[in-house]
Design a protein around this ligand. Structure first.
Ligand SMILES: Nc1nc2c(ncn2[C@@H]2O[C@H](COP(=O)(O)OP(=O)(O)OP(=O)(O)O)[C@@H](O)[C@H]2O)c(=O)[nH]1
Ligand SMILES: [Mg+2]
Length: 300
């Protein structure tokens, strides 16, 4: 194809600043799960957006934190891998006048790779007084020579198309790496598992959702009386018998509510009826057991 361009862009930041929300806003479709709990994203997630001759490949990453488990080690490693193969980076931060050590460390990674970095100050919809942005911008400008600083709300979409315009500057002549209708590198089976994990992050408290992994064992379409039905069987792994009880809830109420919400999300994403069955199992300390991490898909 003549005159096509592409840009690979890594999205990094500390946990919970809105990296995955920004990815979804840039791609225009939900490709990464989002929650108010830190460490929602566990692996590098590729989101693709193609407009005419220009293709963006965005790499969403786990939030940078000090790992306490092997799963955490894997998450941190995946940030390094994402940063090493891109044309430019986005550091996503909250609109504050504090630059955290973990954010400085991320910026140093880009500096070491001699990569241009844009700063996205996300969640500007939460600012009662937009003029407070000026002090934020000033602080960040002193912290690092950003190519540009863009105030954005991934939630409302404000500033997202300006950001995309700015990112187009980093595109290089190249063939497109994905077909024009591709939006993610995550297979539907993985997206389904993630949507179920998202509901656990949203509906369960404290540490429990952080100790949960989801495996989709069966994913198949069948013809029902009222059209196509997608059959999805998922296994939910948690770390303790006590957690299993909480996930299932009194007479199964908690699991029923989680599965109902996840099914709705799946139906919206896949555009078909979904029959979702869930089983809860215990695998003690799976976050530190390499074999289990591998089987849950947390491997390089
Ligand atoms: N008000 C507001 N909330 C936002 C915005 N962007 C994200 N959020 C919320 O911030 C929380 C974290 O969003 P995520 O997109 O999961 O953040 P993340 O940086 O990917 O988090 P990790 O994957 O855990 O590192 C969620 O509750 C989002 O709904 C925004 O622009 N405005
Ligand atoms: Mg995320």
């Amino acid at each position: 194809m003549a005159d096509t361009k592409s840009a690979f862009i890594a999205i990094v930041g500390i946990p919970n600043v809105g990296k995955s929300s920004l990815l979804n806003a840039l791609v225009g479709r939900k490709v990464a799960i989002v929650s108010d709990k830190p460490q929602t994203t566990r692996n590098r997630i590729m989101g693709v957006s193609t407009k005419d001759d220009l293709q963006f490949v965005f790499l969403d990453t786990p939030g940078s934190h000090r790992p306490r488990t092997r799963l955490g080690d894997f998450m941190i490693k995946s940030i390094g891998e994402a940063v090493s193969g891109v044309d430019a980076g986005i550091l996503v931060a909250e609109p504050t006048t504090v630059v955290r050590d973990a954010e400085r460390e991320l910026l140093e990674r880009f500096r070491a790779q001699k990569l241009p970095v844009l700063l996205v100050l996300n969640k500007i919809d939460t600012l009662a007084d937009k003029s407070s942005l000026l002090a934020c911008i000033d602080t960040w400008r002193q912290a690092y020579p950003f190519e540009a600083i863009l105030p954005v709300s991934a939630l409302t979409g404000e500033g997202v198309s300006l950001l995309a315009n700015e990112l187009a500057n980093y595109a290089l002549p190249s063939p497109h790496f994905f077909p024009a209708d591709t939006t993610s590198d995550q297979p539907d089976r993985i997206l389904a598992a993630e949507l179920l994990r998202e509901q656990m992050l949203l509906q369960l408290r404290d540490e429990i959702p952080h100790g949960v992994a989801v495996l989709v064992e069966h994913f198949e379409e069948r013809e029902g009386a009222n059209g196509t039905i997608l059959e999805i069987d998922a296994e939910i792994y948690c770390e303790r018998e006590g957690h299993k009880g909480i996930i299932i809830g009194k007479r199964g109420a908690a699991l029923k509510s989680i599965a109902a919400a996840a099914r709705q999300e799946m139906e919206a994403l896949f555009g078909t009826h979904v029959d979702l069955q869930c089983w809860v199992k215990v695998k003690e300390d799976w976050r530190n057991r390499q074999g289990l991490l591998n089987s849950f898909g947390y491997r390089s």
